[in-house]
Design a protein around this ligand. Structure first.
Ligand SMILES: [Zn+2]
Length: 214
């Protein structure tokens, strides 16, 4: 029984709940931060309940810039909810009373991450941002980040993304070929040079095998 007791203590000590304050020293994208605590330990923080556009997705860079403008160099209170698959702390982050997670949704730079959250405040914040066409909602058919990341991303979604912002879509060319391709195409298995869609279109035509966006 004694060893079981010790094991339980160890589990509790490692539990991912908790709270600390620290300074933001890096911004990975619109929902991921690096925070340095008072003991100079660095923490990778994934904002809880929200999902911002990926860096190479439409509005991704701007979401990152908006998050940076809010928090970079500032003192944050980090309330960790859990540790995710990528060993990031999934957390609510506050500056004073301001919940930054919610502000990102409120201002249209992130989606409510409905797969992992049913927070009614985030639902309401997203609805207000959508109605006011704030941030990424300026696009009538924005692609949800979870769809953008999905390997099953539909052709229609990629097409919509391309129409919204051709510079944000990456396609691939080879050093000798005349076609451009999706990353998954067998024609770019050996040689693959990333290009933005609008650049690729100037010099290459779409592959008929993988059917990249036009
Ligand atoms: Zn191809």
């Amino acid at each position: 029984m004694r060893s079981l007791g010790l094991a339980l203590v160890a589990i509790i000590a490692c539990a991912p709940s908790g709270e600390f304050t620290g300074r933001v020293v890096g911004i990975a994208d619109g929902d991921t931060l690096l925070v340095l605590d008072s003991t100079n330990q660095q923490h990778k923080i994934r904002l809880n309940g929200i999902d911002a556009p990926e860096s190479h997705q439409a509005f991704g860079e701007r979401a990152k810039q908006f998050l940076a403008a809010k928090v970079f160099g500032k003192e944050l209170r980090v309330v960790t909810k859990k540790i995710d698959y990528y060993h990031r702390q999934v957390a609510d982050v506050f500056i004073g009373d301001r919940l930054i997670n919610k502000e990102m949704v409120e201002e249209g730079w992130a989606w409510h991450f409905v797969k992992y959250s049913n927070d009614p405040e985030l639902t309401a914040a997203e609805n207000r941002a959508r109605a006011a066409k704030l941030g990424l909602w300026a696009d009538a058919h924005p692609v949800a980040p979870w769809d953008f990341r999905s390997p099953k991303l539909t052709f229609a979604a990629l097409e919509a993304e391309a129409a919204a912002d051709p510079k944000s879509v990456t396609v691939y060319v080879t050093d000798t070929g005349t076609k451009y391709h999706r990353a998954s195409c067998r024609h770019v298995a050996k040689s693959s040079i990333p290009k933005s869609l609008d650049e690729a279109k100037k010099t290459h035509s779409p592959c008929s095998v993988c059917k990249p966006p036009r």
